[in-house]
Structures are given as structure tokens and as C-alpha cells.
Design a protein around this ligand. Structure first.
Ligand code: MCA
Ligand code: AMP
Length: 459
């Protein structure tokens, strides 16, 4: 089996690891590398010459074929969240200029010549545009090159001793870095068999029989609450947690139930994964390990302080926010380091990093999803009955943080406002609780005093 163009991200598709009928399993459907390549080539032929293309990125073989097809064609893929409402979907399509495609996995283009007009993504070429929230405004498109993806996956393969011997299991969404880059392209680069469980339920993880498992902390805490499911993972080689902080009690429960100490890694859409624990290395709960090969980090701390903003450089960084040079420039320090906005500390003895929190109260992580408070506030203010809105993330045992909206409104229920956000923006961005207040407390500048709201809430 040979492929066209630069498929450096997709080593498995070059035939290096052989092929098998069930090389890839997604939500109960299986495919060989050859099947995948045929479907991806059909996508590549369809999108050749486009500026970018989008599809609704369900957990399916179709989404896998779209991601691979984009790389074959050298055309960036914009995965649309399947639960996105019309406002969010329209924003992503308008902002990216992507052409919407339908993918039929049964339609294969199996010739050996390159589909007409396709070039293959070179290392400098944009491969993915992933939309992610800032503290204010609508989500921005994060442009990731094929070279950055390859550099990150190789660094992770080294850190986790991840190889074609592995069976990777996860059930994460395929429109973010965790599920799509690590969870799909990672399997195609290392040659490990992939089992995507459709949903990341404890039962599905337990039944999958993998050697390597990925999850966000919410997934791990749900598994830890089901001892039988957790025990079924004891034959695995490595459990990896990321996208948000893994609570220490969950770490200890997993260790007790599986005999494995889960490895944590840290990353962002803009930087990919940059810091991680190592397979076979010492792992301490509450820490995210050391920088991956090629990554340099520093802590921008006040004199005498040990914690400060984590800043970094390396080959895995994004190529910028699509069409927003000012926002891109603002994400870097004057001397060219990327500002993560995360507050961290580094153990001087062994360089192990600990993420202490976020610099901004307006950046929320719920179930591993990054959600900007401003985006939810704007969505709520679009409702005719709402005159003021302030959104916070409060600690939540299941989700890490859950979205709570404080609103000034009359003649509407909390459930109606939740549904309004779920329907317009996306289901996973909906407030889990709406509190009606007579006024949002503000400072002299008119800025909502969110610390006060959190105190009122009792969080
Ligand atoms: C509830 N539902 C509603 C409403 N309320 N639908 C419409 N309107 C409503 N008002 C329905 C949903 O449709 C869905 O139905 C069901 O409720 C449950 O949805 P949800 O509440 O979203 O599920 P959950 O249980 O809260 O989800 C937990 C989760 C999820 C599975 C852990 O949060 C998740 O997949 N997280 C992963 C996020 C992730 O991958 N982040 C990576 C970012 P139905 O069941 O019928 O569909 S990348 C990143 O961070 C980097 C780089 C890194 O470091 O990894
Ligand atoms: P996203 O761009 O959706 O990938 O979100 C990136 C953010 O997730 C980071 O800026 C961190 O705040 C958070 N994050 C990712 N991994 C971890 C981790 N292991 N521990 C704590 N926070 C994390």
C-alpha cells in the first residue's frame, strides 16, 4: 500500500505496520488502514483546492476519514462540534471560510495515483483549524500545521513508549486536540490499534481491552466510582489523564482499583501537549511531569515568588489564530514565548511541573471543555428577557468546574435560559445552573465582580 503526498503524520498508512481488518474501530464499526485510506482519498479528491473544509465531527469513521483526507489533500480540516447550535456553527463556517462536505465512508477512491489536484500537507501547511474559546468574544480558530502535529505525536510516543504494539482506547470528542490529534492521528502515527468507544463510559472502557487509555478527569472520576469497570483496566500498560487537573483522590482511587498510577499531561489547543509524566517514570498526584522533547518552559514569577504564568516555546506551537494577527501577537511575550495563561510551579529538584490554576477567572474548564465566560454571557444577553449576565465556573466533583450563570431577567425560567444557550451555542456550553439576581455587582469600571458572586454562591 502506498500513499501520495506528504503523509508524515500518518506513518501507519504507509504500510509500515502492516494492516488488519480492525486496525481502527469507532463506535462499533471497524476498518482497515486500506479502507480508511480509500475513504480519505475520496475526501481528498472532493476538497482539493478548497481553502478549508468542514464536517460535523461526530465520533465516527467518517470524521477519521475527513481528518486523513485533509492531510492527503493539503487542505485544512475544520471539525464542527456535533452539538453546536446554529450560532456557533455559523460563526465557525463564516470565520474559517470552510466548505461543508458530507463524508460517506463506503465511498472509496482506491487508485494508487494521487487524486487530481491534491498536494499533501507539508510540515509548514495548516492541517487543522480548531475553534476554542478565549475569555471574551466568540471562539477563535487555532491553526495547527502538519509539522506541529507530527512533532507533538513523536514527543508523546517517546514519553509514553507508545508504539504499534499498543491498543489505544478512548471515547473523547473528535473536534478537539485530545480526541482528534492524540486519539486519532496519534494512533495513525504510532501504528497502534485504535478503539474509540463512541462515548467515554466506564462500561465501554472496561470492555475494550486496551493497553493505553486516554481520558479527561471527568471520565476517570466516573470510572473510579465504578470499581468493577476500573478493575477491568488493570491489564493495561498506561492510563493517561489530561485536559484539566486530575483530582488527587481520583488518582489514588484509580491506583487502588487498577494497580496503575495514572500519568498526567498538560497542553493547550494552541501549543498541543507540552508537558507530561513518563511511562515507567516516577508519577506524583497533582503534577503533570516535565517538558516533552523539544519544548522549553519558564515560569514568569514576581521576584521571590515560586509560582507564576507558565510560558513556553517549541515546535508544537500553533501557526496563529486564523485571521487575527493581533490576537496571535498578544499571545506571545516580547521575547517570543507563548503565554499559556496557566499559573504553574516547577519543582527545582526534578523539574516536575504543577499547574496551580488559571490566571483568568473567565476561563472555565468543565468536563475538560474550555469555555469562555464572555461567550456564555453574550449568548445569554441575546435572550430578549435577559438584561445582565455574569458567568462563573464553580468547583464540581464530576465536571471539575460547572458553569453557573447569574442573570438579571424577568419572565423566563432558568431551564429556558439553559436550553437557549444549549440550542444556540452548544450543549456542552450550557449553564448547569441559573441564578436570578436583582443586579450583577460591578466595580467602578462597570466590570462584574465575579469573586463577590462566587462568595455569594458559597464556592
Ligand atoms: C442535557 N442535554 C441537553 C440539555 N441538557 N441537550 C440539549 N439541551 C439541553 N438543555 C443532553 C445532551 O444532549 C446529552 O444527550 C446529555 O444531556 C449529556 O450531555 P453532557 O451533559 O454534555 O454530558 P456530560 O455527562 O456532562 O459529559 C461529560 C463528558 C464530556 C463525557 C466527560 O464533558 C466530554 O466528552 N468531555 C471531553 C472534553 C474534551 O475532549 N476536551 C479536550 C479539549 P445525549 O446523551 O443524548 O447526547 S482539548 C484540550 O484540552 C487539550 C489540548 C488537552 O490538554 O487535552
Ligand atoms: P484547551 O485549549 O481546551 O485544550 O484547554 C487548555 C487548558 O486546559 C490549559 O490552558 C489548562 O488550563 C487546562 N489543562 C490541560 N491539561 C491540564 C492538566 N493536566 N492539568 C491542569 N490543567 C490542564
Amino acid at each position: 500500500m502506498t500513499t501520495e503526498g506528504d503523509t508524515s503524520v500518518l506513518t501507519a498508512l504507509d504500510g509500515e505496520y502492516g494492516d488488519r481488518k480492525d486496525a481502527i474501530e469507532v463506535a462499533g464499526r471497524t476498518a482497515s488502514y486500506e479502507d480508511l485510506l480509500g475513504a480519505a482519498r475520496a475526501v481528498a479528491a472532493d476538497v482539493a483546492g478548497a481553502k478549508a473544509f468542514a464536517m460535523t465531527a461526530t465520533a465516527s469513521l467518517e470524521t477519521v476519514a475527513a481528518a486523513v483526507g485533509g492531510l492527503l489533500a493539503g487542505v485544512p480540516f475544520v471539525p464542527l462540534p456535533p452539538d453546536a447550535g446554529p450560532a456557533e456553527r455559523e460563526h465557525i463556517l463564516q470565520d474559517s471560510g470552510a466548505q461543508v462536505v458530507e463524508v460517506d465512508f463506503a465511498r472509496r477512491n482506491s487508485g494508487s495515483a494521487a487524486p487530481a489536484g491534491t498536494a499533501g500537507a507539508g510540515p509548514e501547511d495548516p492541517a487543522l483549524v480548531l475553534y476554542t474559546s478565549g475569555t471574551t468574544g466568540a471562539p477563535k480558530g487555532v491553526v495547527l500545521t502538519a509539522g506541529a502535529l507530527a512533532a507533538d505525536l513523536d514527543a508523546l510516543a517517546e514519553a509514553w513508549q507508545w508504539s504499534a504494539e499498543d491498543t489505544l482506547v478512548h471515547g473523547l470528542p473528535l473536534f478537539h486536540v485530545h480526541g482528534l490529534v492524540l486519539g486519532v492521528l496519534g494512533a495513525l502515527r504510532t501504528g497502534s490499534r485504535l478503539v474509540h468507544t463512541g462515548r467515554p463510559t466506564p462500561e465501554a472502557y472496561a470492555a475494550a481491552g486496551g493497553s493505553l487509555y486516554f481520558g479527561v478527569p471527568t471520565v476517570w472520576s466516573r470510572i473510579a466510582r465504578e470499581p468493577a469497570a476500573a478493575a477491568a483496566l488493570s491489564g493495561a500498560r498506561l492510563l493517561v489523564s489530561g485536559s484539566a487537573a486530575l483530582p488527587a483522590p481520583v488518582f489514588r482511587d484509580l491506583e487502588r482499583l487498577t494497580g496503575l498510577r495514572p500519568v498526567e499531561r498538560y497542553g493547550m489547543t494552541e501549543t498541543l501537549i507540552t508537558v507530561s509524566g513518563r511511562a515507567g517514570g516516577e508519577v506524583r498526584p497533582g503534577t503533570v511531569g516535565t517538558p516533552l522533547t523539544g519544548i522549553r518552559t519558564r515560569i514568569a514569577a514576581e521576584p521571590g515568588a515560586e509560582i507564576g504564568e507558565l510560558q513556553l516555546t517549541g515546535p508544537t506551537l500553533f501557526a496563529g489564530y486564523l485571521g487575527r494577527p493581533e490576537a496571535t501577537a498578544g499571545a506571545y511575550t516580547e521575547d517570543g514565548w507563548f503565554r499559556t495563561g496557566d499559573i504553574a510551579a516547577v519543582d527545582p529538584a526534578d523539574g516536575v511541573h504543577r499547574i496551580v490554576g488559571r490566571a483568568s477567572i473567565d476561563m472555565i474548564k468543565s468536563g475538560g471543555y474550555r469555555i469562555g465566560a464572555g461567550e456564555i454571557e453574550n449568548a445569554l444577553l441575546d435572550h430578549p428577557k435577559v438584561s445582565e449576565a455574569a458567568v462563573v465556573g464553580v468547583p464540581d466533583a464530576d465536571l471539575g468546574q460547572r458553569i453557573v450563570a447569574f442573570v438579571v431577567a424577568e419572565g423566563v425560567t432558568g431551564a429556558e435560559l439553559t436550553d437557549f444557550v444549549a440550542a444556540n451555542l452548544s450543549v456542552h456550553k450550557r449553564p448547569r445552573e441559573v441564578r436570578f439576581v436583582p443586579a450583577v455587582p460591578r466595580n467602578a469600571m462597570g466590570k462584574p465582580q465575579k469573586k463577590l458572586l462566587l462568595e455569594q454562591y458559597g464556592a
